[in-house]
Design a protein around this ligand. Structure first.
Ligand code: NAD
Length: 460
């Protein structure tokens, strides 16, 4: 484990190692991606246990969202890395003949990756894959709130990697401030918009580029033209996995008045099927991460009218899957990202109202739309802006390596996953190359009498 005192030393040691050029070699990058694969396969049980201890995360959720997803992403990166890393030919205007040009991806250098606590393993390792693939050194700062996963990462990473290449720094806000005072070549941050602003301000001091993977309130619009049962199950699943502590969970529901009652009764039926009559005893339902978040979420239960759920158990940090009706935009539950198992339901008469409501709010990370109506699908896509959109599905956009994942406006800057991760941690260097066998004098002074011919030539 790296202590706070040695942060500057780790950064300078990584800088020295990066300058040897070792990390730029494609075979080195492939080998290290395979090492990460090994870390995950050899320590699967320890990862599951850490996630269980931090969030009471069900094994199936841990394996699918923090292990298989990562292994798939590694396989995808290994398969495509040589193609991604190849120089790309670029066109040259005819008048520059015989020059040629190309674009060379190169690593940025030493990067800092700061994670959030809700998917505490994945949110560190997934960006790390991009950093390795692009040929960088990396310092990892897991969330101190997911204490067990943070400790696990700080113990396991040094067993497989030299700290001059990949190092883990554990700690809270103070440690982060020390890290952010250092000069990095890129900062990849996952967390809240408010801390995102702190990270960006610190990066600005060194003109360091940033990727900000932030959160926000993700609307879920439900039109009347749906397959009721499938829609209800997918919404409930996406909302209540990890007890709602998912950055892309539907935050609130905008439902067509005509279908509201039927949808609500279907929600009730499926919640029972998923978690039984007493979700508190279900092995498939997670817990709230800390007392602070439990208190914050419990206060939301005072808003509107509870239709289903609302039960809490402070010692267990348990909050039942809860549906709330009759909330207004002025209620605290609609004023900030919920990030917990509470789903406010707002009805609309016409989709125009739902779109107007969404557009009156900061741009979300994800927008969900349930409808079979192609015209309405088109309208929602064209008339709203969000990091991503899922039609007739929730959350699964995260699993598609070929879809760049990230926010827009208040929900973030930049993106990652698959090739987008490689791009995020690369600089695309433009190269123009000429040869010596031809040197047309037209561009050189004295200019007298040359302009009209140059005007003609430079059209090509
Ligand atoms: P957070 O912003 O509180 O913390 C994130 C990281 O920042 C942690 O490592 C923490 O140590 C550090 N930090 C906290 N306060 C700081 C400060 N004052 N100065 C410097 N560093 C500080 O976020 P969180 O509570 O860990 O996570 C929840 C948020 O993350 C939600 O908004 C959620 O939507 C978002 N999130 C986004 C994604 C995504 O992929 N876009 C994924 C997961 C979570």
């Amino acid at each position: 484990m790296i202590t706070e005192l040695s942060i500057s030393d780790v950064v300078s040691q990584q800088r020295a190692y990066f300058s040897t050029g070792e990390t730029k070699k494609i075979n080195f990058r492939l080998e290290k991606l395979r090492t990460i694969q090994q870390v995950i396969i050899e320590n699967e049980q320890a990862i599951i246990q850490a996630l269980q201890a931090d969030l009471h995360k069900p094994e199936l959720e841990a394996v699918t969202s923090e292990i298989i997803l990562m292994l798939n992403e590694i396989a995808h990166t290994i398969k495509h890395l040589k193609t991604w890393a190849k120089p790309k030919k670029a066109g040259v205007p005819l008048y520059l003949f015989p020059a040629s040009s190309r674009i060379l991806p190169e690593p940025l250098g030493v990067v800092l990756i700061i994670g959030a606590w809700n998917y505490p393993f994945q949110l560190i390792i997934l960006p790390l894959l991009g950093a390795i693939a692009a040929g960088n050194c990396a310092i990892l700062k897991p969330s101190e709130i997911a204490t067990h996963t943070s400790r696990f990462l700080s113990e396991i990473i040094p067993k497989y990697f030299e700290p001059t290449y990949i190092a883990v720094v554990e700690g809270g806000v103070e440690t982060n401030q020390k890290l952010l005072a250092e000069k990095f070549d890129h900062i990849f941050f996952t967390g809240s918009p408010s801390v995102g602003k702190i990270v960006m301000a610190a990066a600005a001091k060194h003109l360091t580029s940033v990727t900000l993977e932030l959160g926000g309130k993700n609307p879920c619009i439900v039109d009347a033209d749906i397959h009721l049962e499938h829609a209800a199950k997918r919404i409930i699943w996406g909302k209540f996995i990890n007890a709602g502590q998912t950055c892309i969970a539907p935050d609130y529901l905008l439902v067509d008045k005509q279908i509201k009652d039927k949808l609500l009764s279907s929600f009730g039926k499926h919640l029972k099927q998923f978690y039984g009559d007493h979700p508190e005893t279900s092995p498939d339902y997670a817990r709230i991460i800390t007392q602070k978040h439990f208190d914050r979420l419990s206060n939301f239960l005072k808003n509107g009218k509870i239709l289903i759920g609302g039960e809490t158990n402070q010692t267990e940090l348990y909050i039942a899957p809860t549906l709330i009706d009759g909330v207004s935009l002025a209620d605290p539950v609609m004023q900030e990202e919920i990030f917990g198992p509470i789903l406010p339901i707002i009805e609309y008469n016409d989709i125009t109202e739902a779109i107007a409501l969404i557009n009156s709010q900061p741009k979300p990370l994800a927008l969900y739309f349930f409808s079979q109506n192609k015209n309405l699908q088109q309208r929602v896509l064209q008339e709203t802006s969000s990091g991503g959109v899922c039609i007739n599905e929730t959350v699964l956009q995260f699993n598609v390596a070929s879809l760049p994942f990230g926010g827009v406006g208040n929900s973030g800057i930049g993106s990652y996953h698959g090739k987008a991760s490689f791009d995020t941690f690369s600089h695309y260097k433009s190269v123009l190359q000429n040869s010596f066998w031809l040197d047309i004098k037209l561009r050189y002074p004295p200019y007298k009498g040359k302009l009209s011919l140059l005007r003609q030539i430079m059209k090509f």
